[in-house]
Design a protein around this ligand. Structure first.
Ligand SMILES: *Cc1c(COP(=O)(O)O)cnc(C)c1O
Length: 226
């Protein structure tokens, strides 16, 4: 990758969007079908504002508390902002998450499904939901195991009346990501889901070639996290 340290986040984002539209064309995809989520975790409002000013409106955060501190004020200035929760969610924060986020990528267990269903009924808001899959079966990692996925999705749909929009994965750090992306695509197709949240700064090109509809980019836009 070229040295981007001198560039602003807004400039990096502009280049990424141009690259993405090339990538989409090469893969016979419509670039409008690939959502670029700017992952602003750990970055303060001062770093985020220029990216909003440049016209970007889709952001990701991994912690409810951090997002609750930063985003209400930014959102007042940019009301059409879409916020994605990409990190683990505790069920006791489901109400707050449903209030704050437009899409939640980390649904991975029945207790959380129940809490989200209750929070949605109480608030009338219905964020889009992705089920996170632990494609590498890593014991320390969040996500439903591949083996339990079909039953869990069925339970979300029938018992909790939740609409599931897609699947999300975070491949093991020291493995090639491609096989995990391909597996996630197969699983989504078998469950009749149209959306795939996969691909980060190091591997988004491969994710797009394997059908990603939502890529989550932090470092490639904002630079290294402190
Ligand atoms: C931090 C994070 C990202 C962004 O990672 P980069 O490598 O900085 O692009 C994407 N997805 C999840 C779930 C994350 O926690």
């Amino acid at each position: 990758m070229e040295d981007t340290s001198e560039k602003t986040a807004a400039a990096r984002l502009r280049e990424l969007k141009a690259e993405l539209s090339d990538l989409a064309r090469h893969n016979a995809r419509a670039s409008g079908d690939i959502e670029l989520i700017a992952v602003s975790k750990t970055h303060g409002a001062d770093a985020i504002r220029p990216v909003l000013e440049a016209g970007h409106r889709v952001f990701g955060e991994n912690r409810v508390q951090e997002a609750a501190k930063k985003w209400p004020a930014l959102r007042q200035a940019y009301p059409d902002t879409q916020l994605h929760l990409i990190g683990a969610l505790q069920s006791n924060k489901a109400d707050q998450a449903v209030d704050l986020f437009d899409t939640i990528h980390s649904l991975d267990r029945p207790k959380l499904a129940a809490a989200l269903a209750r929070a949605m009924a109480a608030s009338g808001r219905r964020p889009r939901l992705f089920v996170q899959v632990n494609t590498g079966d890593e014991p320390q990692k969040a996500g439903v195991s591949v083996m339990d996925l079909a039953d869990f999705v069925e339970q979300c749909r029938t018992e909790y009346k939740l609409q599931i929009d897609g699947l999300m994965c975070l491949p093991p750090a020291h493995e090639a990501a491609g096989p995990h992306f391909a597996l996630l695509g197969k699983l989504a197709a078998s469950l009749d889901m149209a959306h795939l949240s996969m691909g980060m700064s190091a591997d988004y090109a491969e994710a797009v070639s394997l059908g990603a509809t939502h890529i989550r980019l932090g470092t490639a836009i904002f630079g290294p996290r402190g």
